[in-house]
Design a protein around this ligand. Structure first.
Ligand code: PEP
Ligand code: MN
Length: 298
């Protein structure tokens, strides 16, 4: 039967002028990111924070580092309300080249200063392979933004990075493609990858993106890597961030990353989706209450 199928397959191939070659393997090699290769949840330790397993991490901070006061004021709010990791972009992937592009190395220095003062570890984005060494020298976690999720040379180089990588899902990447991107980093030698669902682009226009919470279920089943949710970029509307953060915990995510700003009206980037301090406090209260119910360490 097998021989017959091969024979007819070969004959059909020859009939359309195809040169015989090796068969395509029926199954791709087992991936390092998969549950089959490692059943237990990967738990990543960053400072005092644990990401993965029974823990629920809250990463919070401004979209972008804008000034010493802006960052420090926000960092103090994050720390006072129980946030575990400070976020802030120094290199910003902006749609328009005329929009604020970030403070660059000066922004990294301010993040390091905020860490020193508050004790919070920091996560910040790297956009260019040329900046990896610099960003890695300041950051506790290196972020790959949605737009670079399939920048394979960047991913490969992050395999040699000694810091955990927070990899955001792209606007148009499937779950399987997202896992393949993570595989690039693991295969190149860095096992510390945190996946982040941040919404995908759909036909729906009433929110900035569409938060694909089903991807969290699928990812948790298929990979041992921690999976967090960024409701801020997913929804783009401040008042929807808190309910979606609750939903992220309810669906089994390992944490959330939210944007917080002490004066969102004057923010240089993403003010409309940034929580004010009181709103962040309320979100933390909700997550702590829900965490008790869901047996998550918050
Ligand atoms: C960010 O988190 O700062 C960011 C730019 O998000 P994304 O890459 O998901 O758009
Ligand atoms: Mn932002």
């Amino acid at each position: 039967m097998q021989t017959q199928m091969q024979t007819s397959g070969e004959a059909a191939a020859a009939a359309i002028g195809m040169v015989p070659g090796p068969a395509i393997p029926a199954k791709p090699p087992r991936r390092l990111v998969s549950r089959e290769s490692k059943a237990a949840d990967t738990i990543i330790k960053v400072g005092e924070a644990l990401i993965g397993g029974p823990n629920f991490v809250v990463i919070a901070g401004p979209c972008s580092v804008e000034s010493p006061d802006q960052l420090l004021d926000t960092a103090r709010v994050v720390q006072a309300e129980g946030g575990m990791i400070l976020r802030g972009g120094a290199y910003k992937p902006r749609t328009s080249p005329y929009s604020f592009q970030g403070m660059g190395e000066e922004g990294l220095r301010l993040l390091a200063q905020a860490r020193e003062i508050t004790g919070l570890p920091v996560v910040t984005e790297v956009m260019d392979t040329a900046d990896i060494a610099l960003v890695e020298s300041y950051a506790d976690i290196v972020q790959v933004g949605a737009r670079n999720v399939q920048n394979f040379s960047l991913l490969r180089k992050l395999g040699a990075c000694h810091k955990p990588v927070l990899l955001k899902r792209g606007l148009m990447t499937t779950v399987d493609e997202f896992l393949s991107s993570a595989e690039y980093i693991l295969a190149a030698g860095n096992p510390q990858v945190i996946l982040c669902e941040r919404g995908i682009r759909t036909f729906e226009t009433s929110t900035r993106n569409t938060l694909d919470l089903s991807s969290v279920c699928v990812l948790k089943e298929r990979t041992h890597l921690p999976v967090i949710v960024d409701p801020s970029h997913a929804v783009g509307v401040r008042r929807f961030v808190q309910p979606l953060a609750r939903a992220a915990m309810a669906v089994g995510a390992d944490g959330v990353m939210v944007e917080v700003h002490c004066s969102p009206e004057t923010a240089l980037c993403d003010g409309e989706q940034s929580l004010r301090p009181a709103e962040f406090r309320s979100l933390m209260e909700d997550l702590k209450a829900l965490g008790r119910f869901m047996h998550r360490n918050t």
